[in-house]
Design a protein around this ligand. Sequence first.
Ligand code: ATP
Ligand code: MG
Length: 716
Amino acid sequence: PSANDPAYLRGLNTPQREAVLSSDGPVLVLAGAGTGKTAALTARLAHLIATRRAWPSEILAVTFTNKAAREMRERVGKIIGEAVEGMPWLGTFHSIGAKMLRRHAELVGLQSNFTIIDTDDQLRLLKQLIQAADIDDKRWPARQLAGCIDRWKNKGLNPHELDAAESELYANGRGQELYTAYQDRLKALNACDFGDLLLHMLTLLRTDRAVLEQYQQKFKYILVDEYQDTNSSQYLWLRLLAQARKNICCVGDDDQSIYSWRGAEVANILRFEKDFPGARIIRLEQNYRSTPHILGAASGLIASNSDRLGKTLWTEVDAGEKVRVLGVWDGPEEARRIGEELESLSRRGISLDRTAILVRAQFQTREFEDRFIAIGMPYRIIGGFRFYERAEIRDALAYLRVVNQPADDLAFERIFNTPKRGLGDKALEKVHRLARATGLPLSAAAFQILDSDELPARARTALTALMRGIARWRDLLSTMNPADLVRQILDESGYTQVLQAERSVEASGRLENLSELARAMEEYESLGDFLEHVSLVMDNEASAEEAKVTMMTIHGAKGLEFEHVFLAGWEEGVFPSQRALDEGGMASLEEERRLAYVAITRARASCTIVHAANRRIYGQWTSSIPSRFIGELPAEHVEEESSLTGGASLWRAGLSERDDPFAHLARDPERAARRGPGWQRAAQVPGGFNATPQRVAEARSSAISLGNAGRSDVAI
Ligand code: ATP
Ligand code: MG
């Protein structure tokens, strides 16, 4: 480094400088978390522009999210000033694909003002096509077809390019036929879906020399962040564009590949050297983000994966705190503890903006939201809605409101045809008219309209079923507890069934949210109390300027960093997720482990991992096994702390191993067998075991004998 270095080089280490300065030829930066990959890529972008190797409009720069694109634009802007304004090709694969496609729409049979349809439109369209093809959409739901089409597009396959095995994935080999019909229909509508944004361009680049050459000439340099999460279609697209000049620089980390469920292929990293012979491979090993203990814990954890390229990481940062593993009694205590920790950080002058709670699944934020509202802790949720604002939760709440309060017209409108039961706008209009004429609330008018012959037979049957349901649920209101009631409503209204039939990752997320809703309701005596609580929660919006703790999924946190990170719910069946465990296979477990690695490496100064000994599932207390990932953290980097005392710790001792609370039964079946049948079952059933009645009785009596009456009400 010399004193005349331009600003963007100052402070960069030697391999980072190499990544910035080696402007021509293929470059692959392969390095662990927090080693300054994104920083180097940004400096490289600045360098190319500052040294006039290319105009801003001649650089293609791909980031994983729009937020990342914005940040990169800002950072480059600080370095090169206004020139950054003219960077049209800095964005996500989707945004860049859309921009290109608008310019060449005619060549793929669209007009340049084509619409990009969302998931809802897509499903509606697919459903029509499925029915037109005389396929039973109960057996072969539209969602499933959407999933297949997504998969094919991620692989860069057009309908005629599907082989029999792919086509077999839907309706016994009718995948190709439906995919063809769908693409034709989209073209007729002058529309495309998200997958098309890339697929159409890819197809064009493959078949139209002139277009290909135009872009190969145009993009003098190509830069790609988070390269490990590109799918095949994105990879093929990049390869074509880079083929002529070969000035492509990709940065990534195979250990952070967490999107294989969306078609990402780590193998793209390995293919890079083959496709671009003579590629310069740069490894960054110095981590600038985290303390040695955080890094040591993360590295030790990821070492359990077999399928990896392997790398070393070191840091100059002083030792700092160990990663804290905190055992708590249950979900509410988890939220309470983390809330207390955040308050104490805040008292020490640390802005909440520098803190985050990361979860494996969206539903996990609910417990925190409830707690934080109660104590006035400001929070923001990124990459998702606040719990009670999610569509499925609003739907469920609408049912509850109608049952609780017959005059709630808004809620009634929402559930009228949700789930779809063939009650269209016309039927609703008729109910409205009657309501206006009689002065009755909508739901009362709906009862009345059944006595007339206003509705056509089909609508009448559907409405009769709905209104009978509502009458029955209202009767149950006084005798049944709210949590059971909502479960029954969701079942009887057909809501759960529709989601179950979808068999998609998204739908199971929604189902998880709904069971979380029921769980939340278990704490309330009456439906009215609960609904009041919800309206208070919904009303409570922290002000914009106020510092807030961030809550998000680990997937959403990729590439980000926070001073203090809390990782909640590290229990078997939550993380690793039950889905990953059910699928079995090493691959899904290794992806979960990479996710854990991403989670820990978001932290700069402190990382706290929390696991609860009990979770309430379907009204039953179930003891949880700490995540196997906790057991995989090297002991020298970890400090364990348990808040389980008195009756609780006895309870725990009865259920888990006193001297080794993180034992991994699943990996040691012999030991499990020696401990008895309950343990053996725990070993066989990943995700925990239900305590036997006898053990519960023991634990309960020990809790009582300690005078811990508060816990003696634990019901299983
Ligand atoms: P991830 O794998 O999580 O995406 P990354 O490799 O992209 O991480 P960056 O986000 O670029 O890492 O950098 C991590 C942190 O280290 C940032 O706060 C960044 O500003 C800082 N950093 C990067 N390079 C250096 C450097 N040479 N000197 C000091 N700090 C640096
Ligand atoms: Mg990065």
